[in-house]
Design a protein around this ligand. Structure first.
Ligand code: SF4
Ligand SMILES: [Zn+2]
Ligand SMILES: [Zn+2]
Length: 224
């Protein structure tokens, strides 16, 4: 990512940083965080994925090529009682995957689709398409219902599907207590509906000796 050269964070400084320092770092980093077209990602929106015999369109959407992460047009359709998604990458060809295993159930759940109030004070301006604008962007239609706090990526398990735990990632991610307080405080500023529910996750958060302190901080910052 082009962003790696531009963002220079001194990690040993972060260990000593107070809330104010995190605020300043956040202010600077936010401007640089969005990936750049042609440097970090490509679009290929000219290809219309087509339906084949026996397929019935449900809707169209945008999706990514799982190999090169190009943004592609995609069609969601029903075939033989299942819901599928199809897209076509100019480099990696046609990609078809199961979207939902049961068409009836999919339609039943669709009835409860509900757009919320969204988030007014997001971190990044709306500059490009989803998912390259994330972090948190104004396109979100619902508020944060359950905030996830990653307390560490150290873990005493090694699940085969996990890309995140320290041994597989190749680095340890473990925010300091000040960093955690800063993140929780920022999250509580989200409007019009600030999150109240918190899930402390990892890795295995109980590997942290100061986990009780983290819970205390969460309570002090307004999580219940
Ligand atoms: S972080 Fe979760 S998914 Fe990953 S290895 Fe640990 S328990 Fe498994
Ligand atoms: Zn591709
Ligand atoms: Zn977003």
């Amino acid at each position: 990512m082009a962003t790696v050269e531009e963002i220079s964070v001194n990690y040993s400084e972060l260990l000593k940083a107070d809330i104010k320092a995190f605020e300043e770092i956040g202010k600077e980093l936010r401007k640089q965080l969005l990936p750049k077209l042609h440097e970090d990602y490509e679009l290929a929106l000219e290809i219309e994925p087509k339906l084949k015999d026996g397929e019935h369109e449900i809707t169209q959407t945008l999706s990514l090529c799982p190999s090169c992460l190009r943004l592609l047009k995609a069609v969601i359709f029903e075939r033989e009682g299942k819901v599928w998604i199809r897209k076509e990458c100019p480099v990696h060809g046609e990609i078809e995957e199961i979207y939902w295993g049961d068409y009836e159930l999919y339609m039943r759940f669709k009835k409860w689709q509900f757009d919320g109030k969204g988030v007014k004070n997001t971190n990044v301006p709306l500059l490009t398409l989803c998912p390259y604008n994330c972090g948190l962007c104004p396109r979100h239609k619902s508020h944060t219902a359950l905030l996830n706090l990653v307390a560490t990526n150290r873990c005493d398990l090694s699940c085969w599907y996990c890309f995140f735990f320290a041994a597989r990632a190749g680095y340890v991610y473990e925010p300091t207590l000040n960093h955690i307080r800063y993140m929780l405080r920022e999250a509580r500023k989200l409007a019009p509906v600030p999150p109240k529910a918190l899930q402390i996750t990892g890795g295995e958060p109980l590997l942290r000796d100061d986990i009780v302190e983290i819970v205390k901080i969460a309570k002090e910052e307004g999580f219940t």
